[in-house]
Design a protein around this ligand. Structure first.
Ligand SMILES: Cc1ncc(COP(=O)(O)O)c(C=O)c1O
Length: 422
């Protein structure tokens, strides 16, 4: 008897109907629904193919051209390409493209630059910070002391006077700028001045606005940041994973060793290939046009919601993401997100600054134009989407309304198809 079943090297998903059905269902869900979740996007066929490539068979550890295992010549070429493109895209000297995820990138930097018990100063999650910046439920929250800044009650923006006062009081070893639900431009020079005053590193986690930075439509964290981390699957529109960027050669070993072996083992080379693919795409002039459109679309969405008496945290957005405060709508983010999902609109519930509600049923709804812009929606389409969101948020249990919007969503999606030949 053969050690392989028939079709092992030739059959694809046809060989596994149960799995195929679930994946087909996901493709249809993405095709027929509008994705408004800020951590998502719709990658190119090129990125999909790179992720599904034979590199998944190859194991390597360590940096390109200095691997622990042999047979790495093409793996090395792929990783070198990803590094070359990442550094070109973000105008910096060094990149680690191995981090499996944003949390691993952040953990790797902390491990490389901090000692246990050192203090991290970062944004609290209600103000928009990410849990990997020192939340008590994570390793970062266990191994380091954490101080959090928030936003001003008045402006709902970061108040650098507060950051400075907290830095002077807590003497952090690292200050983190950037988060998951903060829609405003950050003053990186101001953060750096505070970091210098207290002798801290400045780390910018640009996961949500990396694409905007690459496209030149958001301030650049360099030269202010000592180190920058980002996921590659949000506004960068690429592989699921993350990278770390820096300019000072003396940090290279600390950061690279923090990532490997610090927080992870062998490299997910298929993801590294997909990162190389997405950086190549982001270096094209069309990527700037995409990000400009994403910001214009998010503004149109925010304006439509505001005109429908929905309050935007901070009054709007500078980016491709906006945060809605539902307190005056008499509905929480959980109920609103579930009602929107029934209408084919995928958005996520979110804490808002000074939220009085729990994270499971918070007061906010986070919305993004990333994926819709990729499928070709412009401001007119985002105004229609804003109208649907407002109507459903005002009447989340109106089944007839939701069914009607579902049909309109489907029609809009069919007019902007994705992956037509799949
Ligand atoms: C700002 C920020 N940093 C880090 C992460 C973590 O990324 P991952 O989910 O890949 O660990 C996220 C995730 O959404 C994020 O928004």
């Amino acid at each position: 008897m053969s050690v392989l079943h028939d079709g092992y090297f030739t059959q694809g998903l046809d060989a596994d109907p149960d799995l195929a059905a679930a994946l087909r269902g996901e493709l249809e869900r993405q095709r027929d629904g509008i994705e408004l979740i800020a951590s998502e996007n719709i990658v190119s066929r090129l990125v999909l193919e790179a992720q599904g490539s034979v590199l998944t068979n190859k194991t390597v550890e360590g940096p390109a051209y200095a691997r622990y295992y042999g047979g790495a010549e093409f793996a090395d070429a792929v990783e070198a390409l990803a590094i070359e493109r990442a550094t070109k895209l973000f105008g910096c000297r060094f990149a680690n493209v191995q981090a499996h995820s944003g949390s691993n990138a952040n953990n790797g930097v902390f491990l490389g630059l901090l000692a246990p018990g050192d203090t991290i100063l970062s944004m609290n999650t209600a103000a928009g910070g990410h849990i990997s910046h020192g939340h008590p439920a994570t390793l970062t929250g266990r191994d380091y002391r954490v101080a959090h800044y928030g936003v001003s009650r008045l402006t709902e923006r970061v108040d650098l006077d507060e950051v400075r006062a907290l830095a002077l009081a807590s003497r952090p070893r690292i200050i983190v700028a950037g988060g998951s639900a903060y829609a405003w431009t950050l003053d990186f020079a101001g953060f750096r001045a505070i970091a210098d005053e207290v002798g801290a590193w400045l780390m910018v986690d640009m996961a949500h606005f990396a694409g905007l930075v690459a496209a030149g439509v958001y301030p650049h964290p360099f030269p202010h940041a000592h180190v920058v981390t980002t996921t590659t699957n949000k506004s960068l529109r690429g592989a699921r994973g993350a990278i770390v960027l820096w300019n000072d050669k003396t940090l290279s070993d600390r950061i690279n060793h923090g990532v490997f072996p610090g927080v992870q083992g062998s490299v997910m080379l298929h993801e590294v290939a997909a990162k190389a693919a997405c950086f190549g795409e982001a270096l094209r002039p069309e990527f700037r046009a995409y990000n400009e459109a994403a910001v214009a679309n998010a503004r149109a969405l925010a304006e439509t919601l505001a005109a429908a008496n929905m309050r935007l945290v901070g009054g709007g957005t500078d980016t491709s993401m906006a945060l809605v405060d539902l307190v005056n709508q008499g509905v929480d983010g959980d109920v609103a997100a579930k009602a929107l999902e029934k209408a084919g609109l995928a958005a996520n519930k979110n804490l808002i600054p000074f939220d009085k509600r729990p994270a499971e049923a918070p007061s906010g709804l986070r919305l993004s134009s990333n994926a819709g812009t990729t499928r070709g929606f412009g401001v007119d389409e985002f105004r229609r989407i804003g109208g649907w969101i407002a109507r459903i948020a005002h009447a989340p249990s109106d089944a007839a309304l939701i069914a009607g919007v579902r049909e309109e969503v489907r029609a809009l999606c069919r007019a902007h198809p994705i992956y037509p030949d799949m």
